[in-house]
Design a protein around this ligand. Structure first.
Ligand SMILES: Nc1ncnc2c1ncn2[C@@H]1O[C@H](COP(=O)(O)OP(=O)(O)OP(=O)(O)O)[C@@H](O)[C@H]1O
Length: 466
């Protein structure tokens, strides 16, 4: 996958469009150029874009309206509007409506590039950064990026395997402490009687077996970040000591009276509802408030289905390159099966399923049957390889019926099963028609426009590649 940022240029003047595209391509951006607001929305539905640069004065949908539509669909997408010389009103309006900036015609290529650099988020598809395609995940990442710039304590919550540690590392890397250490400690994995010494360090002879002095994790993290993973599992007595460290920013090793000043950013994670834990008397309320200065929550994977396939592709890339194997892709039915599954074990479960699939798969593609997901109770079986041509009236009805529920983006809601079957029918018909959309629409008894819309939705969910 390319790591270049992708820019959508919207300009109805062909010469200017070409000049913009050339400048951007020359600067090593991936460029998509379209001539209208309507075409821009189609392009955005079709493939991932990092930034939109649009002219204001265009026939049909103008730049202001496009800005509104983009903001409604992709709230964190930076949009820069190009305004005509002298139209101060337009530029003010653009900023008020949420454009990150405007460019006044005529502008120099350097000015265009500097503006882009300023607003383009650091690439999130670098091999270590969290995958975030679902708008809610992108928002979380954008919040994380903002908080990274401060020294605020962060509490990351989320079910097990959602990516809390990945997010904590991301915050560290995005912070001014990036060159300092990142020290993670799993509070649930260390025996209770050892946790205190592990965190705070100890002096020689401070307890039986302490033959040498040793710094604790807090000291090791000095100048960097400490991650207190699964903090909810920490003994209530130790919680008081952590609170003191957070307040005083200093530690004392076990068996020592010397205080050691600390410069550490603290990130904690929990897969429990920490507030409930407080109500149950198992977690100190004062520590809870200290930690949750800036709370961030990962949704479970089943609530961010657009992340599933991109995550799967990232994980597959990582495994195949580690194994020295050539790249392996997911076929359409595998993508569908992945998107359908509810992932109670979140990304960790996804990773396990993919590793298992890599072992049993012997071609260059992973199919739905390699994943073994349809064996789970409650899952609709994946479409067979050669599904008979569906009766035209069935999908036509189902498409019409589902159309009424289009606003309902949560596939796990009622009607989920029907939608999944619809996707399977579209896929198998497309396959039978050799990918020809016109014929596929005819067989399904729907308009080309409806089919295009359905395919764009399937692409959004990662069921179809772009
Ligand atoms: N957004 C993401 N992008 C890339 N990889 C991810 C992402 N989220 C999770 N992973 C991968 O999934 C696995 C689980 O992630 P992680 O350990 O961060 O989860 P966790 O929420 O901290 O889990 P636990 O609560 O069980 O400790 C890791 O292998 C991680 O690399």
């Amino acid at each position: 996958m390319s790591d270049k940022a992708s820019i959508l240029v919207v300009e109805d003047n062909p010469e200017l469009r070409e000049a913009l595209s050339d400048t951007l391509e020359y600067a090593d951006y991936r460029v998509m150029a379209v001539d209208s607001g309507e075409a821009a929305l189609e392009a955005l539905a079709d493939r991932p874009v990092d930034m939109v640069i649009s002219d204001i004065n265009m026939d049909g949908m103008d730049g202001h309206e496009l800005l509104q539509q983009v903001r409604a669909r992709f709230p964190v997408m930076p949009v820069v509007l190009i305004t005509a010389f002298g139209s101060v009103g337009s530029s003010v309006r653009a900023m008020r409506e949420g454009a990150v900036d405007y460019l006044l015609k005529p502008f120099k290529p350097e000015h265009l590039l500097a503006t882009i650099e300023k607003y383009l988020a650091p690439r999130v598809n670098g091999s270590n950064d969290p995958v975030a395609v679902e708008p809610a995940s992108q928002q979380l990442l954008s919040l994380a990026r903002k908080v990274a710039r401060s020294d605020a304590t962060v509490l990351i919550s989320g079910e097990s395997g959602t990516g809390k540690e990945v997010l904590a590392q991301f915050i560290h890397r995005q912070s001014a402490r990036a060159d300092g250490p990142f020290i993670a400690i799993n509070c649930a994995a260390i025996p209770e009687n050892m946790l205190e010494a592990t965190l705070f360090g100890h002096e020689k002879g401070s307890f039986t077996g302490a033959y040498q002095s040793s710094p604790g994790k807090f000291e090791q993290a000095d100048g960097g970040t400490i991650l207190l993973d699964e903090i909810s599992e920490m003994d209530i007595g130790l919680q008081a000591k952590i609170l003191r460290v957070l307040q005083e920013r200093e530690v004392e090793r076990l068996g020592s009276r010397k205080t050691i000043k600390l410069d550490v950013r603290v990130i904690a994670t929990t897969n429990r509802d920490l507030r409930q834990h407080v109500r149950d008397g198992k977690f100190r309320e004062d520590l809870y408030y200290r930690l949750s200065v800036f709370p961030l929550a990962w949704h479970p994977l089943r609530s961010r289905r657009q992340d599933i396939v991109p995550l799967a592709e990232r994980l597959l890339d990582q495994h195949t390159s580690r194994m020295g194997r050539t790249a392996v892709r997911l076929d359409s039915e595998a993508r569908l099966a992945l998107t359908q599954h509810d992932w109670p074990g979140n990304v960790r479960e996804l990773d396990n399923v993919l590793q298992r699939a890599l072992i049993i798969q012997d071609g260059s593609a992973i199919t739905a049957s390699c994943l073994g997901l349809n064996m789970d109770a409650g899952q609709a079986p994946a479409a067979p390889e050669h599904q008979p041509l569906p009766n035209a009236s069935v999908p036509a009805e189902s498409i019409g019926l589902i159309e009424q529920n289009e606003g309902d983006a949560d596939l796990s809601a009622l009607g989920n099963d029907l939608k999944q079957r619809e996707f399977q029918i579209i896929l198998s018909t497309l396959k039978q028609q050799g990918g020809r959309r016109k014929e596929t629409a005819e067989v399904l008894g729907v308009s080309a426009r409806t089919l295009r819309y359905k395919l764009a939705r399937m692409r959004d969910l990662g069921i179809l590649g772009s």
